[in-house]
Design a protein around this ligand. Structure first.
Ligand SMILES: Nc1nc2c(c(=O)[nH]1)N[C@H]1C(S)=C(S)[C@@H](COP(=O)(O)O)O[C@H]1N2
Ligand SMILES: [Mo]
Length: 404
């Protein structure tokens, strides 16, 4: 495998370098996957994201476009499971229903939400539950995210808790169920996706009924005029085009809550097992710790003679905070500690910076791994294989070349 890799590097196609490096260390990626990287999004108001799926539209952000402290709306990744509703003529007339285990069911217009509840905003990281999926071996089912199914925008809206309190929670209220206005692409009726969260998470002050993204009304593609933001948990809980919150007395069982959806193994199963035991799985709640290098491009060439590299990126850890970040130029044989900044607010990602020395010219894969405050570090590859590939948080590796 190493021989093959050296063979490609001497031919030195940078795209090939990137494709090889993005996979797990134990296996090289196929060149065909590099072709996927060539399919760039062309959409007004959006950057050239890497399209992973066309119908429904799914597009991830190349790590080098995530360098800003706050992710711009243009650069933010897109994950649709269905067909978004068309443009909304009168956003303030958008209706949200809150029903189920509440004393006073609500049917409230967005205009009234804005007028009656106190607005708040935070910088909040949102990460697709499948981010990192492409590193699973054997391949897991679903969109082959590398590391760009994440963004950290400023979201404005009202705490969901304030609206749930207005409806008055009954003692048996224990879980939410989310519904939106998007349509299934197969023409069938019923929700495209309907996930929910435990009540404690729904009541957390950073869980928002959001109507602003980076200071402007949320664009249609990102779930405007009204969406949920449930930071630190799989972004599938952050329902777009939100029309209804059903408060339930038990764990929700809508599309996306059962089987192998958004679940990770409690009892580790055999990778690729067609009879993978779904009973030994739990719903993925907090996302695991992850870090990315954002100031380099895949395949970047440095000036000849470079022996010291300035690296920069972000790290985050779902519900937790990041305690340490380390970088390596030798596949983890040695690590250099990075400086890690505190988050600007809870659930924002954390900036890290590091200087990394390399001994010679040549081909390097710069690796980064973060450790959360509970002491858990990113493994080198995506572990705990599961059929739909959740929770894969292997190191981010960026191939670079330092000419002789
Ligand atoms: N109504 C609705 N909400 C949704 C989805 C969807 O398909 N429909 N996709 C979810 C998933 S899986 C993700 S990762 C995020 C993506 O949000 P974004 O497109 O704004 O990045 O939205 C979530 N909310
Ligand atoms: Mo997602």
């Amino acid at each position: 495998m190493q021989l093959t890799r050296r063979g490609f590097v001497s031919g030195c196609s940078l795209t090939t370098m990137a494709a090889l490096a993005a996979g797990p260390i134990s296996s090289t990626r196929l060149i065909a996957e590099a072709a996927q990287a060539a399919n760039l999004l062309k959409m007004s108001g959006k950057a050239e994201l890497v399209v992973l799926g066309e119908n429904p539209l799914v597009a991830e952000t190349p790590a080098h476009l995530l360098d800003g402290e706050v992710t711009s709306t243009e650069a933010f990744f897109i994950r649709n499971n269905g067909e978004p509703p068309g443009p909304i003529a009168d956003p303030d007339a958008w209706m949200l229903t809150v029903d189920g285990e509440v004393h006073k069911p609500l049917a409230i217009r967005l205009g009234d939400i804005k007028a009656r509840f106190r607005k708040t905003d935070h910088v909040l990281q949102l990460e697709c539950g499948g981010n990192g999926r492409s590193a699973f071996n054997p391949k897991a089912r679903g969109n082959q995210w590398t590391v760009g199914g994440v963004g950290c925008a400023r979201w404005g809206g009202v705490p969901l808790a304030d609206v749930l309190n207005e409806a008055g929670l009954k003692p048996q209220a224990s879980y939410t169920a989310h519904y939106g206005a998007d349509l299934r692409t197969d023409g069938a009726t019923g929700p495209v996706l309907s996930r929910g969260v435990r009540l404690a998470k729904a009541m957390e002050r950073h869980t928002l009924l959001a109507y602003e993204m980076n200071g402007k009304p949320i664009p249609n593609i990102h779930g405007g005029p009204l969406r949920l933001i449930v930071p630190g948990w799989p972004a599938s809980a952050s329902h777009k085009w939100l029309t209804r919150i059903w408060v339930r007395d038990r764990e929700h069982d809508g599309p996306g809550m059962t089987g192998t959806s958004y679940r990770v193994p409690v009892v580790p199963g055999i990778p690729g097992d067609p009879n993978f035991d779904t009973k030994g799985m739990r719903i993925l709640e907090s996302m695991p710790v992850r870090s990315i290098i954002t100031n380099l491009r895949d395949g970047q060439r440095f000036p000849a003679g470079t022996r010291e590299l300035a690296l920069r990126g972000h790290a985050w850890a779902g519900e937790d905070t990041v305690a340490a970040v380390h970088v390596s130029a030798d596949f983890g044989q040695t690590w250099t500690q990075a400086d890690v900044m505190p988050a600007v607010n809870r659930y924002a990602w954390q900036r890290w910076t590091a200087t990394l020395k390399v001994p010679t010219h040549g081909y390097y894969e710069l690796c980064v791994r973060a450790t959360d405050a509970s002491g858990k570090s990113q493994p080198p590859l995506a572990g705990f294989w599961n059929p739909q590939g959740y929770g894969g948080n292997g190191w981010h590796r960026v191939p670079v070349l330092i000419p002789a």
